[in-house]
Design a protein around this ligand. Structure first.
Ligand SMILES: NC(=O)C1=CN([C@@H]2O[C@H](COP(=O)(O)OP(=O)(O)OC[C@H]3O[C@@H](n4cnc5c(N)ncnc54)[C@H](OP(=O)(O)O)[C@@H]3O)[C@@H](O)[C@H]2O)C=CC1
Ligand SMILES: Nc1nc(=O)c2c([nH]1)NC[C@@H]1CN(c3ccc(C(=O)N[C@@H](CCC(=O)O)C(=O)O)cc3)C=[N+]21
Length: 304
């Protein structure tokens, strides 16, 4: 039986609807709007698309939404100054500095200079540490793993006791926080990466596979345990000559056509984890605004 397709676009719209409702309640109670500042440095084409999507979604959710677009020759000090200004701006509850930053800018320094209370990406060491020790009450969880968890929840519920999860990729922004969230939900977790000896054999143990590698179609159908849940985080642009000269299409890290014949459930690319990332960014910004207003933290579980 072909796999259930996990509709990330639909689920992301559900999250965004809830954000919108809660933003209007905040506005009624306090007269304030959640404020998101998105900072883009340089003219990377893919980054422009993502940043535009984030700024638009924030406006759709009824947020105060500002985008700062700086030229590629911006200095590190100029960028740090903008971050300081946003840290001090009471109308801003979330700051996102789009990565990658141009060469010559020390990205870790800039990211760590964002106030932890406004770090809606969840990249500040304070948030990373809270997620690492399972202290979620005041942590911003990185948007991509948080969105992936909500999709997993649609299939398995919130308690993953007894299930084996394999995360392929160990980056600080996806793989590692993903592993921490799966552990917090009681899964038995293996993290694989480029130095893993038997990747197909490792993936075959998994009831839940999360692929966050950046290699188009790396994970094959015959690597999967039949019935496994497959979460494809990868976003890869590959040439699509059938669409015309110099045309591209987006594909994931999983060979979707093969995997869909073996998996129990699978996320597509596009339309899977990507849209969830953007909605979870809105959710984090909303939570930040609620916190600043002294209101109880809203939750974002996707009950069916
Ligand atoms: N959907 C979304 O919202 C988002 C999607 N992405 C996408 O997710 C993917 C991963 O992103 P990110 O984590 O930032 O990437 P990184 O490049 O930071 O990390 C990639 C990881 O994959 C591992 N890896 C690379 N090649 C192999 C291989 N052949 N076999 C096994 N492991 C391998 C690397 O191992 P090692 O550590 O040993 O080098 C590394 O741990 C990308 O396609 C990116 O575009 C990213 C962020 C958000
Ligand atoms: N500070 C920072 N925070 C990030 O969260 C961050 C970042 N930098 N740099 C780049 C990555 C990548 N990322 C994506 C978000 C949404 C989609 C997304 O919506 N994808 C759509 C397709 C979009 C398209 O058509 O290109 C989909 O998968 O359906 C993809 C990728 C966030 N990132």
């Amino acid at each position: 039986m072909p796999a259930t397709v996990i509709d990330g676009k639909l689920q992301s719209e559900r999250v965004a609807e809830r954000v919108k409702t809660l933003a209007s309640e905040l506005n009624l109670q306090t007269g304030k709007k959640p404020g998101l500042a998105v900072v883009l440095v340089g003219d990377d084409a893919a980054s422009q698309v993502y940043v535009g999507a984030k700024t638009r979604k924030a406006a759709e959710c009824g947020f105060h939404s500002v985008q700062h677009t700086l030229p590629s020759d911006t200095t590190e000090d100029q960028l740090a100054e903008l971050v300081d200004q946003l840290n001090a701006d009471p109308t801003i509850h979330g700051i996102l500095v789009q990565l990658p930053l141009p060469d010559g800018i020390n990205a870790p320094r800039i990211i760590q200079s964002i106030s932890a209370e406004k770090d809606v990406d969840g990249f500040h060491f304070l948030n990373v540490g809270m997620v690492g020790v399972g202290e979620f009450a005041n942590a911003f969880v990185p948007c991509t793993p948080a969105g992936a968890m909500l999709l997993i929840e649609q299939i398995h519920g919130r308690d993953l006791s007894g299930l084996n999860a394999v995360v392929v990729g160990r980056s600080n922004i996806v793989g590692k926080p993903m592993a921490n969230l799966l552990i917090a939900h009681n899964a038995t977790v293996t993290v694989a990466h480029s130095r893993t000896k038997d990747l197909p054999g490792t993936v075959r143990q998994a009831d839940i596979v999360v692929a966050a590698v950046g290699r188009p179609h790396l994970v094959k159908g015959d690597w999967l345990k039949p019935g496994a849940t497959v979460i494809d985080v990868g976003i890869n642009r590959v040439p699509a000559p059938d669409k015309g000269e110099n045309k591209f299409r987006l594909v994931g890290d999983v060979d979707y056509a093969e995997a869909a014949q073996v998996a129990g459930a699978i996320t597509p690319v596009p339309g899977g984890v990507g849209p969830m990332t953007i909605s979870l960014l809105m959710a984090n910004t909303l939570v930040s605004a609620y916190r600043e207003a002294g209101l109880p933290k809203p939750s974002f579980s996707l009950d069916k």
